[in-house]
Design a binder for this molecule. Structure first.
Ligand SMILES: Cc1ncc(COP(=O)(O)O)c(C=O)c1O
Length: 393
C-alpha cells in the first residue's frame, strides 16, 4: 500500500512551504548543465559550480587508466572490516598520510561520512565541541550525533572562541573548523586557532575539503591545503577532507595519529557499517595526487582567480578577495533574486548555482562561483559581464 492520505498531505504541505519561501530544490542532470546539446538542455553550458578545481575529473589520462582498472569486479561489496579491504585502499592511505604529514589515514566512502564518522565517536557528554557557525552541514550533523555539548562560535571570531573555551577549563574540548570555507571561500585563522587550541589543551580538527591540493606551502611546494599554507600541519590532530574536489576523484578521508585511526576502525559506525570505497577509485586517487602535486594545474587556477578579481574590479562587482581560493561568493541576499539571476545566467549558457538556506543563513543567498583550472579567461570575462548586467536590472 502507498502512503496514507494524511502522510501525503504532510509532504505536500512541507513542499508548499519550501516553494513559498523560494527554498524549493530540484535535481538537474549533469547533461543539463554540460556540453550535451540534447533534449531540453541548454547546449554548451559552462559550469561555474563544480568543485573539480583542477579539472582532474576529466583528465584524459586518468579516465583511460580507470577504464583499464575495472577488469574483474565493480565493487568489493563488503565493508573494510569484513572482506572489502584491499592493498590499494591501504596504499592511498599511506600516500595521504605523507601528504598531510601525519602517521596514518583512514578512507571513508565520502567526505560527509568522514565528518559523521569522526564526530560521532570521538567525544561524549563530558566534551564540548566548539564549531565555527559556518561549518559545512556534515560537520553540523556530526556534532548532532555526538552526544556532546555543542558551542557554535561566530565565524572566525577568535576572541569569542578563546573567551568561551576558557570558561570550560575543566571539560574536554574539541575545536572544529573548515580550512577554506565551502560557501564563503575565506580561510580559517589557523594560526590563532592553533594557539588557542594548544594553550587550552583542545583537540583540533580541520576539514579542508576545499583547500586540499589547491593551496599549501611554497617551499617546497606541497599543496597540503590550509594547514600547510599556515605551516601548522603538526598542530592539527585530525585532518578531514574529500577526494571529490581538488583531486577530481571520489571518497573522503581522515589523517591522524595511529592511535586515532585504530580507535576509528573500532568505533566509527559510518566506517564500520558501510561498504568499502571501490578500490579502483583509490588507485585513481593516487595517480590524481601525483598529477596534482606537479603544480601546473594550480598555476592555471591561480591565474584564473587573479583574472576574475581584475575583471570584477573593473566592472565594480563587489567581492571579497581571498588569494588563491577558488570559491567566490557574490552575495545577493534574497533567495528569490538569487534564483532569478542564476536562471537567467543559465539561459546565457553559464551555470552558477544559487546557494540558499539552509546551506547558508536566510537572506544571505548568493551565487557561489567556483573557478576551475580549465576555465578560459574569455569564459570568465563573459560570465562577469553577464552578471553585471543582470545585477543592474
Ligand atoms: C567542508 C566540506 N566537508 C565535507 C564535504 C562532503 O564531502 P563529499 O562530497 O566527499 O561527501 C563537503 C562537500 O561539499 C564540504 O564542503
Amino acid at each position: 500500500m502507498g502512503s496514507s492520505k494524511s502522510n501525503s498531505f504532510y509532504f505536500q504541505d512541507k513542499l508548499r512551504e519550501l516553494r513559498k519561501e523560494d527554498l524549493y530544490r530540484e535535481l538537474r542532470t549533469v547533461e543539463d548543465i554540460s556540453d550535451s546539446g540534447k533534449g531540453n538542455s541548454v547546449p554548451n553550458v559552462i559550469n561555474f559550480s563544480s568543485n573539480d578545481y583542477l579539472g582532474l575529473s576529466k583528465n584524459a589520462f586518468l579516465v583511460k587508466k580507470l577504464r583499464n582498472l575495472i577488469t574483474s569486479r565493480i565493487s568489493q561489496c563488503s565493508s573494510r572490516l569484513i572482506s572489502g579491504n584491499t592493498e590499494s585502499l591501504e596504499n592511498v592511505e599511506i600516500a595521504l598520510s605523507e601528504h598531510r604529514k601525519t602517521t596514518s589515514s583512514l578512507l571513508f566512502p565520502t567526505g560527509f561520512m568522514a565528518n559523521l564518522g569522526v564526530l560521532g565517536c570521538i567525544s561524549d557528554k563530558e566534551t564540548i565541541i566548539f564549531s565555527d557557525e559556518l561549518n559545512h552541514a556534515s560537520i553540523i550533523d556530526g556534532c548532532k550525533i555526538s552526544t556532546s555539548k555543542i558551542h557554535p562560535f561566530p565565524h572566525n571570531d577568535m576572541i569569542d572562541l578563546e573567551k568561551n573555551i576558557k570558561k570550560h577549563d575543566n571539560k574536554r574540548k574539541i575545536i572544529i573548523t573548515e580550512g577554506i570555507f565551502s560557501m564563503d571561500g575565506d580561510m580559517a585563522d589557523l594560526t590563532e586557532i592553533v594557539r588557542i587550541s594548544n594553550e587550552n589543551n583542545c583537540l583540533l580538527i580541520v576539514d579542508d575539503s576545499h583547500g586540499d591540493f589547491i593551496i599549501g606551502n611554497n617551499k617546497p611546494k606541497d599543496y597540503g591545503g590550509t594547514p600547510s599554507y599556515f605551516g601548522v600541519n603538526k598542530a592539527v590532530d585530525i585532518h578531514i577532507s574529500s577526494l571529490s574536489k581538488g583531486l577530481g576523484c571520489f571518497g573522503g578521508y581522515v589523517s591522524c595519529s595511529k592511535l586515532v585511526r585504530e580507535y576509528l576502525v573500532n568505533k566509527s559506525r559510518p566506517f564500520i557499517f558501510t561498504s568499502a570505497l571501490p578500490d579502483y577509485l583509490a588507485e585513481i586517487a593516487i595517480m590524481s595526487m601525483q598529477l596534482a602535486k606537479m603544480g601546473d594545474l594550480q598555476t592555471m587556477l591561480y591565474r584564473n582567480i587573479e583574472y576574475f578579481y581584475k575583471i570584477a574590479n573593473e566592472l565594480e562587482i563587489k567581492s571579497r578577495k581571498v588569494e588563491k581560493s577558488p570559491i567566490i561568493p557574490l552575495l545577493i541576499g534574497s533567495e528569490k533574486r538569487a534564483l532569478e539571476v542564476s536562471r537567467k545566467l543559465l539561459r546565457q549558457h553559464f551555470f552558477v548555482q544559487a546557494i540558499r538556506y539552509p546551506t547558508v543563513k536566510r537572506n544571505e543567498a548568493r551565487l557561489r562561483i567556483s573557478l576551475n583550472a580549465d576555465h578560459s579567461q574569455e569564459q570568465i570575462y563573459d560570465l562577469l559581464n553577464h552578471i553585471v548586467k543582470l545585477l543592474k536590472v
